[in-house]
Design a protein around this ligand. Structure first.
Ligand SMILES: Nc1ncnc2c1ncn2[C@@H]1O[C@H](COP(=O)(O)OP(=O)(O)O)[C@@H](O)[C@H]1O
Ligand SMILES: [Mg+2]
Length: 229
């Protein structure tokens, strides 16, 4: 079993949204997936309760720092392929525990100054623990008159300077991410041909390639958010 930790020290960056969208996409790709909800606010568990009216996957479990290890072991025994850890804007100790068990740490950041300032400690933690890290730009503003807003290129550059790769697919700010989650779904389930679906599938292709580097990586879809510097 492999583990994906979704991190950032700030609230509201989109950790839960990203964790749920990727977890459902992992299931759709045939990976038996569970989400460990490390956030005492239990947003992920609430989403799962809403979802239980029409779907039973992915499994969502309440998790605590002290029980993560045993939970991981028992999930592996139960045949799970992937554990996604949804974290809270956490202290270093909690964050370190999620990082400890992760095969990949996805650091979610909005393209804004304060988010960039806040991630330095997370990057240090991931690097000091010799873990694989990757930035994800979330809630990116749309193109204006066909042009990518300047803040995207600036953010991309600032992130690369921090020494970790940036996912070449980011997620735009889209209502579908909010509306779907409210009813226990994800954007791909509202409209499989939407731009939100396309970007989540592209992101999953990239993330799963990093989690299972030994597997053949499928060709990337053309990205609706071109974040190439
Ligand atoms: N890509 C996105 N587009 C639009 N809204 C988003 C996006 N990502 C997250 N949100 C919204 O931002 C808010 C915070 O997201 P959430 O996933 O709860 O963040 P966190 O778990 O980091 O605190 C929620 O209202 C969520 O619906
Ligand atoms: Mg959250």
């Amino acid at each position: 079993m492999r583990t994906l930790a979704v991190l950032s020290r700030k609230g509201g960056t989109g950790k839960t949204t990203v964790a749920l969208h990727l977890a459902v996409q992992a299931e759709l790709s045939g990976r038996k997936t569970l989400v460990a909800d490390l956030d005492p606010q239990r947003s992920t568990c609430e989403w799962s309760r809403e979802r239980s009216r029409f779907a039973r996957t992915p499994l969502v479990t309440e998790a605590k720092v002290g029980t993560l290890f045993t939970q991981r072991l028992s999930s592996a025994r139960d045949g799970y392929d992937l554990m996604v850890i949804d974290t809270r804007p956490s202290t270093d100790l909690e964050c370190a525990e999620a990082v400890r068990w992760a095969d990949l740490c996805l650091i979610v950041v909005r393209p804004c100054y304060f988010d960039l300032k806040a991630i330095t400690r997370t990057v240090e933690l991931v690097s000091n623990m010799n873990k694989r890290g990757m930035f994800l730009i979330n809630q990116a503003p749309s193109r204006r008159n066909g042009e990518e807003p300047r803040i995207i290129a600036d953010t991309f550059e600032a992130l690369l300077d921090m020494g970790l790769p940036v996912a070449p697919v980011g997620l735009r700010y889209r209502a579908a991410y909010q509306n779907s989650v409210r009813e226990g779904r994800v954007a791909q389930e509202l409209d499989a041909s939407s731009l939100a679906s396309l970007e989540v599938r592209s992101l999953w292709n990239h993330v799963s390639g990093a989690i299972w580097p030994e597997a053949v990586v499928p060709a990337a879809d053309s990205s609706p958010l071109a974040l190439v510097s």
